[in-house]
Design a binder for this molecule. Structure first.
Ligand code: B12
Ligand code: SF4
Ligand code: SF4
Length: 305
């Protein structure tokens, strides 16, 4: 039997937040998971039952790792995807916790089977905001989530935090295409989603990504709970530096950031669109009319015609 106090002390000493919930079938998620969730390939059963990942699982430990207080971001790249990729640093935090507290189990961040935000909610990391994020009293929405499914049992389990947004609706008003419904999300209207899908975008989708190259921070930056949490420094001030980048150069410069997993072609496609959407000259993207990559070629053709 493990002590929850050990986990709490560890979190406080390491600048993270942590909690633990009993492993069980989270059947209350069945209805929200009936709708498609982009980029997630696990079955609905795997998403609600931790025992399908770790046989005999007794607990799920969840951690929240705050964004750094200063972030250097390139134009069009979301702060959540700038700097060291959170998949790297959250995995390191999970490994460190497992080693120091000697906890066996399977650790995940973002790409695991469970619903990260709901796990965080059950583990008391915060309450659901209207923007869909979990809001923590110390970190606002600006933290990444990771968890460990384990056979360990705890002497006590966390309780969800009570809280809500009250009358505030800043994120709903700020979201450019009304993707946030205050309790659910229309992901096809989310700029972050549009910057992550592959292939040639429709004319409407191209217009919708505006000046974004990867992700979107509007619903986080408009939230009063995040006021003053991060200092943002704009590093690269235009999009053209992407245009001549080879795969090798892309990996060297962005390989350990949150945009790398999408690959150079999708990022360059978005940079080309963002350049034109924000008044850039068509002659700057003419080089892509003869690009070997069909998506880049077709995107340039659509924008130049
Ligand atoms: C698919 C996905 C996306 C999709 C769809 C997002 C979505 N809301 O479902 C897209 C591409 C749009 C996306 C965008 C972003 N994402 Co994303 N994404 C995921 C992923 C992989 C799965 C999400 C999922 O399962 N959705 C299904 C529904 C059921 O779960 P949900 O997210 O909790 O959403 C439901 C709740 O909001 C619920 N709800 C609302 N109120 C309440 C109240 C209660 C009590 C309950 C039970 C439920 C509830 O209604 C929604 C269902 O319609 C998770 C990681 C993971 N494996 O879980 C990361 C994750 C949610 N993303 C994350 C991030 C950082 C982002 C971006 C900021 C990335 C960026 N830089 O642009 C944006 C933010 C957009 C936004 N407003 O959510 C973080 C969020 C961290 C946090 N503190 O909350 C996660 C948790 C990754 C991580 N491990 O840190 N993402
Ligand atoms: S990430 Fe941007 S587009 Fe997506 S819900 Fe938030 S504000 Fe809206
Ligand atoms: S902007 Fe307001 S409504 Fe939206 S999540 Fe933050 S507090 Fe809640």
């Amino acid at each position: 039997m493990r002590k929850i106090s050990e986990l709490r002390d560890y979190a406080a000493q390491n600048g993270i937040i942590a909690g633990v919930t009993k492993a069980r079938i989270f059947s209350e998620l069945e209805s929200v998971l009936a709708k498609p969730v982009p980029f997630v390939e696990y079955s609905k059963n795997e998403r609600i039952d931790p025992c399908l990942t770790v046989s005999g699982a007794r607990s799920v430990i969840c951690i929240g790792c705050p964004y750094p207080s200063e972030i250097a971001a390139d134009k069009g790249i979301s702060i959540a995807a700038s700097g060291t990729d959170y998949h790297i640093f959250v995995s390191e935090e999970l490994e460190k916790l497992q080693t120091e507290l000697k906890i066996e189990g399977e650790a995940f961040t973002d790409t695991g089977p469970l619903v990260d935000r709901y796990t965080a909610y059950l583990c008391g990391l915060g309450y659901y905001g209207k923007n869909g994020f979990i809001i923590n009293e110390n970190f606002g929405t600006m933290f990444f989530i990771g968890y460990i499914i384990t056979n360990e049992e705890f002497d006590e389990y966390s309780s969800p935090v009570k809280g809500d947004c009250g009358d505030c609706r800043r994120c709903l008003d700020a979201c450019p295409y009304g993707a946030i419904k205050g309790g659910s999300m229309d992901y096809k209207k989310c700029v972050s989603y549009l910057t992550q899908i592959k292939g040639v975008l429709s004319d409407e989708q191209m217009k919708m990504i505006g000046g974004q190259v990867y992700g979107c921070d509007v619903c986080q930056l408009s939230c009063p709970k995040n006021k003053g949490r991060v200092k943002i420094e704009l590093r690269e001030k235009d999009y053209t530096h992407f245009f001549s980048m080879t795969n090798k150069q892309f990996k060297k410069r962005y390989g350990d950031t949150g945009i790398a997993w999408r690959g150079r072609a999708t990022i360059v496609r978005n940079a080309v669109i963002a350049h034109i959407n924000t008044g850039g000259e068509k002659k700057d993207i003419e080089r892509f009319l003869t690009d070997k990559n069909e998506v880049l070629k077709r995107t340039a053709e659509k924008l130049i015609q």
